[in-house]
Design a protein around this ligand. Structure first.
Ligand code: ADP
Length: 384
């Protein structure tokens, strides 16, 4: 197989932690890699053959980077899709394809895609401007409460807001947006599906995102999800339908709401390895990173079953701490059973910045969940 031992070049746009974890596989299989990231301190830099500093949204930089690779993939969605479309025409295999990225980069376009493909999603109304949304409220085309979502990719929670009254609209930006029905969420579920260039698919067991009771942050990702086999099958069917509709190649992480009424609604997708699949590194037969590399190289897809139950805890920077990072008490958590820390290698911590994650594996999900709680109580990401 030509991909191994440096015969093929894989280019990765983005050099964050997802890129670094993808590179553990290319290193294992001796596959030649090139990575581009705007930051010289990118975590993936230490594990690739060639590192290029460059702007992922810049047309010329992406073309220059991609023109001598055989396969181009991403670890972040915010990349120049026009450049990717050009590279595709030149014969570079771009996975996920530029068309997939173009659809998902825009939340409104993504929602329209679900509607067009009859994939169940919360009801929504699109608006070209904030003023148009306010007009729709005035003439009662929409009403409070609803969820405002900005068309362009949100960051640090600025792209999504629950709107209960006119007052809540004050802080939101002026641009194109949608008003989405506020869903009564019982559980947030994730399904990771992987599709090969031939159209074969494999699906991981559903995971469950457990939120902090007060702060609106995912605290734990549990695999498998604590849901009935019927709900689990239905969620996988939705993931398969979405995967078929996109015809993507590579990993697709599908976020689904299970409503209090027992309905399943798709929220959004990410066509790349995802935080909700990190547990797979230790808990699955094939990690999401290996699966992604297998699929973009058109190799047989791997077993997605769990060897053990897994609970993942994100290591985020503690509030009030900015500066060179220190992982306080990491030596203590290493003494707990089944604990696997991943430190991304970012030099500086900031409040809530994702600095690493920890996966706890156990035969018994409830025991892994208990240890995860202990881990969370013990370790602190602070500045020195
Ligand atoms: P982002 O792309 O910034 O992660 P999401 O669309 O995933 O934004 O929304 C973030 C969170 O907001 C979701 O995980 C969910 O908890 C909540 N949320 C999003 N849409 C709705 C909705 N229609 N109803 C209720 N809660 C929602």
């Amino acid at each position: 197989m030509g991909s191994f031992s440096n015969k093929h070049k894989i280019g990765i746009l983005g050099g964050g932690q997802l890129g670094k974890m993808l590179l553990t596989i290319t290193q294992k299989w001796d596959i030649y890699t090139k990575v581009m990231d705007p930051s010289l301190l990118a975590p993936a830099r230490i594990a690739c053959n060639i590192f290029i500093q460059g702007d992922l949204m810049d047309y010329d930089s992406v073309i220059e980077f991609g023109k001598d690779v055989d396969i181009l993939t991403i670890e972040i969605e915010n990349v120049n899709t026009e450049a990717l479309a050009f590279l595709e025409m030149q014969g570079v295999k771009v996975y996920p394809q530029s068309s997939v990225l173009k659809t998902i980069q825009n939340k409104c376009r993504q929602k329209e895609f679900y509607k067009k493909n009859f994939i169940p999603t919360a009801t929504f109304c699109l608006f070209k401007t904030k003023a148009a949304l306010i007009d729709a409220l005035a003439c009662r085309k929409i009403s409070f409460p609803f969820v405002w979502k900005s068309e362009s990719m949100g960051y640090d929670g600025f792209g999504v807001k629950i709107i209960n009254s006119n007052k809540d609209l004050k802080g939101v930006n002026e641009g194109a947006c949608m008003a989405e029905d506020l869903v009564n969420i019982d559980k947030e579920i994730g399904v990771i599906i992987c599709r090969s260039p031939k159209g074969e698919t494999v699906c991981y067991p559903c995971v469950e995102m457990e939120f902090h009771p007060t702060a609106n942050q995912v605290e734990y990702v549990l695999s498998p999800a604590r849901i009935s086999p019927e709900i689990s099958e239905k969620a996988k069917e939705i993931a398969l339908k979405v995967s078929d509709a996109f015809q993507h190649v590579g990993i697709l992480a599908v976020e689904i709401f299970l409503t209090s009424e027992g309905e399943l609604l798709i929220n959004e997708v990410a066509p790349r390895p995802h935080n909700s699949g990190h547990y797979s590194i230790e808990a699955s037969y094939t990690s999401q990173f290996e699966q992604h590399i297998r699929s973009i190289l058109d190799l047989p897809l791997g077993n997605t079953q769990n060897k053990l139950a897994g609970v993942m805890v994100n290591l985020v920077g503690k509030e009030g701490h900015t500066g060179p990072v220190n992982y306080k008490n990491i030596e203590h958590i290493l003494a707990f059973e089944g604990v696997n820390p991943h430190i991304y290698g970012k030099k500086e911590t900031r409040p809530f910045r994702k600095m690493g994650h920890i996966t706890i594996v156990n035969k018994d999900l409830a025991l892994a969940r208990k240890t995860a709680e202990q881990v969370k109580k013990t370790i602190e990401v602070i500045s020195e």
